[in-house]
Design a protein around this ligand. Structure first.
Ligand code: B12
Length: 223
């Protein structure tokens, strides 16, 4: 692995916020792509922090500072992300499930979708089922996208699908889900229409979703 990617991983892991921007620029100068820098530098560090948090080797403050470093890394790299075809592809309402404050992955998905032609309404974190549905109605959205990293919040994805069915609105929206503990089997089990493992592959997944009717088939992109 490139030396600068390793140094970015270390900086995010150690919460060295003051050197993140310089390192990101150095990596760009070396010809590395923004997505590669985010995944192999930033995400690698957050994965390590998550594992070490699980093993009681690091604690909440380290997770928080690591999260802030990652946000700064992404903010620095977003202007360099390649824009795909910009013709309007559809409208997506996205947010983190109720109770969930992990917004880094959700924001990466929102950014990828918007630079690739989707109009994105980002509701942020801790979004209730009512707010998802009310916003989708008001915005005449095509896709509802829910992110969850907490097993305690993922239940609200199922709640959303059920509520749309109970209110006779299921046929109006495709529902996409993603986040750490989510996988294709879970997406299928709760009756979602789409799942993708990464922000990058979320674009393909959303494009495919726009071509099917809700509940026609499960669209999966592993990416
Ligand atoms: C950083 C972090 C935090 C930061 C979050 C900062 C922020 N603004 O987001 C802070 C410090 C706030 C935090 C708090 C907590 N955290 Co935390 N956190 C993490 C950590 C280390 C990284 C998460 C991250 O950003 N990953 C990087 C992003 C890019 O990955 P991602 O979110 O998975 O997203 C990608 C894909 O999943 C996908 N995707 C994501 N969303 C969507 C949506 C759709 C529609 C699609 C298609 C795709 C998609 O695309 C993304 C990009 O490729 C994880 C460990 C880990 N490895 O995930 C723990 C982790 C998620 N946290 C955990 C826990 C327990 C907590 C706390 C409960 C700790 C506590 N005791 O208070 C609190 C809960 C707060 C709350 N109510 O949400 C656990 C969750 C365990 C579980 N099974 O529920 C984890 C797994 C750590 C662990 N191993 O124990 N955390």
């Amino acid at each position: 692995m490139s030396d600068v990617l390793k140094r970015i991983e270390e900086a995010v892991y150690n919460g060295d916020e003051s050197i993140i921007v310089d390192l990101a620029n150095e990596a760009l100068k070396e010809g590395l792509g923004p997505q590669e820098i985010i995944d192999q530098g930033g995400v690698a560090a957050l994965d390590r922090l998550g594992t070490d948090f699980d093993n009681l080797e690091v604690f909440l403050p380290e997770l928080m500072i690591g999260g802030d470093c990652m946000k700064l890394l992404i903010e620095t790299l977003v202007p360099y992300m390649e824009k795909g075809a910009s013709a309007y592809k559809g409208k997506i309402v996205i947010g983190c499930a109720k109770g969930d404050l992990h917004d880094i992955g959700k924001s990466l998905v929102a950014t990828q979708l918007s630079v690739n032609g989707f109009q994105v309404v980002d509701l942020g974190v801790d979004v209730s089922t009512n707010r998802f549905i009310d916003t989708a109605e008001a915005e005449k959205a095509d896709i509802l996208a829910v992110s969850s990293l907490l097993t305690t919040s993922q239940y609200y994805m199922e709640d959303l699908v059920k509520r749309l069915e109970q209110e006779g609105k299921r046929g109006k929206y495709r529902v996409a889900v993603g986040g750490g503990p989510i996988n294709a089997d879970y997406a299928k089990k709760i009756g979602a229409d789409g799942y993708s493992r990464t922000a990058h592959s979320a674009v393909k997944m959303a494009e495919r979703l726009m071509k099917i009717q809700p509940k026609e088939e499960l669209v999966v992109e592993l990416g």
